[in-house]
Design a protein around this ligand. Structure first.
Ligand SMILES: *[C@@H]1O[C@H](CO)[C@@H](O)[C@H](O)[C@H]1NC(C)=O
Ligand SMILES: *[C@@H]1O[C@H](CO)[C@@H](O)[C@H](O)[C@H]1NC(C)=O
Ligand SMILES: *[C@@H]1O[C@H](CO)[C@@H](O)[C@H](O)[C@H]1NC(C)=O
Ligand SMILES: *[C@@H]1O[C@H](CO)[C@@H](O)[C@H](O)[C@H]1NC(C)=O
Ligand SMILES: *[C@@H]1O[C@H](CO)[C@@H](O)[C@H](O)[C@H]1NC(C)=O
Ligand SMILES: *[C@@H]1O[C@H](CO)[C@@H](O)[C@H](O)[C@H]1NC(C)=O
Length: 260
């Protein structure tokens, strides 16, 4: 039998702490999810569960979703002649067709658990575009966690909504939008009721936010390329999105569960 000397014990203790970092309990969405259309179909649905329209000036259409070269690409195209959408009592003109996909799985942080959401994103930041990678409540709103959102300002945003007015929102500079950037959101049970979210950009921790009573609440995962919300009081020429197609691409997407 081997009896470790004191220095070995200290070494072992340190080593165990490193190894003692929480390990995932399951891979919910594997990195291979964009390897083929069949891999995509195993983890994702086209469009929103309720259909093609949400709160932007784009209508979602499966023809604007493509999976090739281990990359998911959503395209937005300027169109005319679409019937308007109706959302929150507003009538919204539809000027674009675009793509959105949602994970088949719901995500519910259980006591002592959580998830990592990881991927490489090439997101447009031009005025009028609104790509996002976000979680929203299945049974209610909030919860909402914007793991990353690009609101057409040139910046990237990280947000968590406790209510419509109690929002942690961080906008920071977003250099080199033409390249892929790695986004990681570590969502964890904080105290049996609230969740913490650590937002990483290209491997660096940007901010930590907290979601009130998000534990146990199922959430959908979306990736979408919307044209920006058109408020009725704002004149349309504010939104001078390019007539050329705009694309939003994602690769190496992976979701790991830490739920016990
Ligand atoms: C993927 O699902 C779509 C329907 O959403 C279907 O049309 C297509 O045939 C499926 N492809 C594969 C390879 O499973
Ligand atoms: C998607 O667009 C194509 C061609 O633009 C159209 O034929 C089809 O009906 C659209 N699908 C939906 C769900 O709107
Ligand atoms: C824009 O995207 C749509 C949908 O993918 C495609 O049908 C169309 O050919 C594209 N237009 C250009 C100019 O690339
Ligand atoms: C997601 O949650 C909704 C509402 O609770 C439920 O109808 C649906 O079956 C759930 N889907 C999965 C895959 O668990
Ligand atoms: C973009 O982020 C910078 C901080 O990095 C901030 O000063 C600026 O106000 C932000 N702009 C917008 C439009 O959010
Ligand atoms: C949201 O609620 C959590 C938990 O109570 C709290 O820590 C956090 O500060 C709240 N966020 C905001 C923006 O007030």
């Amino acid at each position: 039998m081997f009896y470790p000397t004191l220095p070995s014990l200290i070494f072992c203790a340190t080593f165990t702490t490193v190894l003692g970092q929480q390990q995932p309990t399951a891979t919910v969405i594997p990195k291979s999810c964009f390897n083929s259309q069949a891999d995509f179909n195993a983890s994702f649905n086209d469009l929103y569960p309720w259909g093609t329209d949400h709160n932007g000036a784009a209508r979602m259409n499966a023809s604007y979703i493509s999976v090739s070269d281990q990359t998911l690409t959503l395209t937005a195209q300027r169109v005319s002649g679409q019937a308007p959408a109706h959302s929150g009592g507003q009538t919204i003109d539809i000027d674009y067709l675009s793509g959105t996909v949602s994970a088949k799985q719901n995500f519910s942080v259980t006591a002592g658990g959580g998830y990592d959401f990881i991927g490489d994103f090439q997101a447009p930041v031009a005025t009028g575009t609104w790509p996002a990678f976000w979680l929203t409540g299945v049974d209610s709103w909030p919860p909402e966690i914007d793991l990353a959102e690009w609101k057409g300002s040139g910046n990237i945003s990280f947000n968590t909504f406790n209510t419509s007015s109690q929002v942690a929102a961080l906008n920071i500079d977003y250099a080199d939008p033409g390249s892929f950037h790695t986004i990681k959101g570590e969502v964890r049970d904080e105290n049996g009721e609230d969740v913490s979210i650590k937002f990483y950009l290209d491997g660096s921790l940007v901010t930590t936010q907290y979601g009130k009573s998000f534990v146990g609440q199922p959430m959908y995962l979306w990736k979408d390329l919307l044209a920006r919300l058109v408020q009725p009081q704002v004149s349309r020429p504010m939104y001078l999105m390019s007539k050329a197609n705009t694309t939003y691409s994602v690769r190496n997407l992976e979701v790991l569960s830490y739920n016990p």
